[in-house]
Design a protein around this ligand. Structure first.
Ligand code: 4NP
Length: 211
């Protein structure tokens, strides 16, 4: 199998190497594997290498989903990333977020959600903008974590099903089978933050540490 075919066939692996020039790596990466994973990994030291010209490391790719991708899922993306960093586990994860709707496409994180992150000392990417989930995200990510039950229905409409059992409700990880209430409607960003923090803590705990 060619290297490109291997990368395409194994979405739970991502390129992770500082030993190659950017141009060399670009030549090796099929276009469908370009994007956040590729860009984020370039500066990270390779810890588990294989192959002669490229280095692959097992990573868990997590996509957080909500309705608009401007409140709950970007908060979850930032909170999970922060918890992983605090645990010294940044290299183990690719974390992103998306929407089931296209309502907010191109919009930045909603200011009250951003304010909540700042208040709790959670770094976030102020330049990131909302996007709608695509069917191809199902193969690209290992876990697709929804904020509420209606998100799960929306995700399933986009993906056409869940044959690999990747779609889960965030608070199920905290032993609570319920939704993170949408602060866009409740205006209660503190409760949403608390729920997201609890869910993300338990989600991280549920994923075995890579040695
Ligand atoms: P989110 O909140 O799903 O947590 O990002 C919403 C943001 C915007 C809208 C709905 C929910 N909206 O209808 O525009």
């Amino acid at each position: 199998m060619s290297f490109s075919a291997f990368l395409t066939a194994t979405p739970h692996f991502a390129l992770q190497c500082t030993h190659q020039s950017v141009s060399n790596l670009r030549e090796l990466i099929p276009s469908e594997n370009e994007g956040v994973n590729f860009c984020k990994r370039l500066t990270i030291k390779c810890v588990r290498c294989s192959g002669k010209n490229a280095y692959l490391c097992a990573m868990t790719k997590i996509l957080f989903i909500c309705l608009g991708n401007i409140c709950r899922s970007p908060m979850a993306e930032a909170v999970f990333g922060h918890l992983a960093a605090e645990a010294g586990r940044t290299d183990e994860f690719v974390v992103a977020s998306a929407a089931v709707s296209e309502e907010e496409w191109g919009n930045p994180i909603y200011p009250p959600a951003a304010a909540m992150l700042r208040r709790h000392g959670i770094p976030y990417d102020a330049a990131r903008t909302a996007r709608q989930m695509k069917a191809s995200d199902y193969q690209r990510y290992d876990l697709i974590i929804a904020m509420d039950e209606s998100n799960i229905r929306g995700i399933r409409r986009i993906t056409g099903g869940d044959p690999e059992d990747k779609i889960h409700l965030l608070l199920d990880y905290a032993g609570e089978h319920r939704s993170v209430a949408d602060p866009w409607y409740t205006r209660d960003f503190e409760t949403a933050y608390d729920d997201i923090l609890r869910g993300c803590r338990e989600l991280l705990e549920s994923l075995p540490r890579q040695s």
